[in-house]
Design a protein around this ligand. Structure first.
Ligand SMILES: [Zn+2]
Length: 333
């Protein structure tokens, strides 16, 4: 592990992790300071319509950051959240009313067989992006991807928590978008992040990978599942692996984490020591689950696997875990 001290920490290598925001926590309850930031020409706003970031073209560069003047013409702002600042430049996120976009029908089938796409009404100069594809395609600056991930999660939370979960009264945004308050019972509600454990169980020179039916053809990945109330990360890792594969685990070591804005998870990547070898697949979760040797996994990374098996996309923490293990840089037992 000492090797990583010379490099960015493992978490920094995952998609959506590049987010050097100063979250300006000290001024979240200061409307005057916020208003000042919303007058500064350097301030930028990221905007979502439905669940998609709005994009513009700045010369040859695609950008998700709008000036305040540009932002006025995007549509009705339903929510405004102060994200924070990077290098002195303030960033806000806005949810634009759903009606600013509409489905456009077209006759030719798109690359995925689509004949419809969501577009901003009356704004052919703008496009609506898919955040996962944007992260994969690397067309935006890395910190913009991190900011969009943060914005998407918090805006989604606002959209799904419009009413107080204690008494049912409509709740109101506060703390610059980082809280919702109930005017009736005075309960305060904070944006939620759902922890997911994702783990590579290893046994000597073999690691355990599985595939869900929805995965792209031939792709195998580390197993994962939601951490439940009352569990440590280690217990959740052992429970999930046992439920899905029947494998008993011993020691568990944390490796890296990743914010995952679909809609608002934190992926907690671990490596775990397998104490048994016989797999009993939970067919409700997995289509297949098996042991892969280090050499076999290496061939999957190189695209030369005999059966054409492959690894997850480069933005996935699972890929980082698998790569680190192949390279001997994952925790050892
Ligand atoms: Zn209430």
């Amino acid at each position: 592990m000492t090797q990583f001290l010379r490099f960015p920490e493992p978490s920094a290598l995952t998609g959506f992790a590049s987010n050097p925001l100063d979250r300006l926590d000290g001024i979240r309850d200061d409307p005057d300071r916020q208003a000042t930031l919303l007058r500064q020409p350097s301030t930028r706003l990221l905007a979502f319509c439905r669940d998609k970031p709005i994009l513009k073209t700045d010369g040859s560069q695609i950008s998700a950051s709008f000036t305040l003047e540009e932002a006025k013409n995007l549509g009705l702002q339903r929510e405004l959240v102060m994200l924070g600042a990077i290098a002195g430049r303030a960033y806000f996120a806005a949810q634009i009313d759903d009606n600013a976009a509409h489905m456009r029908e077209f006759s030719d089938e798109g690359p995925l067989g689509d004949t419809r796409e969501l577009v901003m009404s009356g704004r052919p100069d703008l496009t609506l992006g898919d955040l996962r594809s944007l992260a994969l395609d690397e067309v935006l600056k890395p910190e913009e991807i991190g900011l969009l991930g943060c914005a998407k999660s918090v805006l989604y939370w606002h959209a799904r928590h419009r009413f107080c979960s204690a008494c049912g009264a409509p709740s109101q945004q506060s703390a610059s978008g980082w809280r919702r308050d109930c005017p009736s019972c005075k309960a305060m509600h904070f944006p939620r992040t759902d922890p997911v454990v994702i783990m590579l169980a290893v046994h000597g020179d073999f690691c355990l990978l599985g595939r869900q039916p929805r995965f792209t053809r031939g792709m195998y990945s580390a197993l994962a599942g939601f951490l439940e109330p009352g569990e440590t990360i280690e217990n959740a890792v052992r429970r999930e692996i046992h439920e899905e594969s029947g494998i008993q685990l011993g020691r568990v070591a944390y490796f890296a984490s990743q914010p995952w804005p679909f809609p608002s998870s934190i992926m907690i990547g671990c490596v775990a020591e397998a104490l048994s070898e016989d797999i009993q697949i939970d067919r409700t979760e997995l289509e297949d689950c098996r042991w892969f040797s280090r050499a076999e996994l290496k061939s999957m990374f190189e695209g030369s696997h005999a059966q054409g098996y492959g690894v997850p996309q480069k933005i996935a923490i699972a890929r980082l875990l698998m790569r680190a293990w192949v390279d001997g840089e994952a925790p050892q037992f």
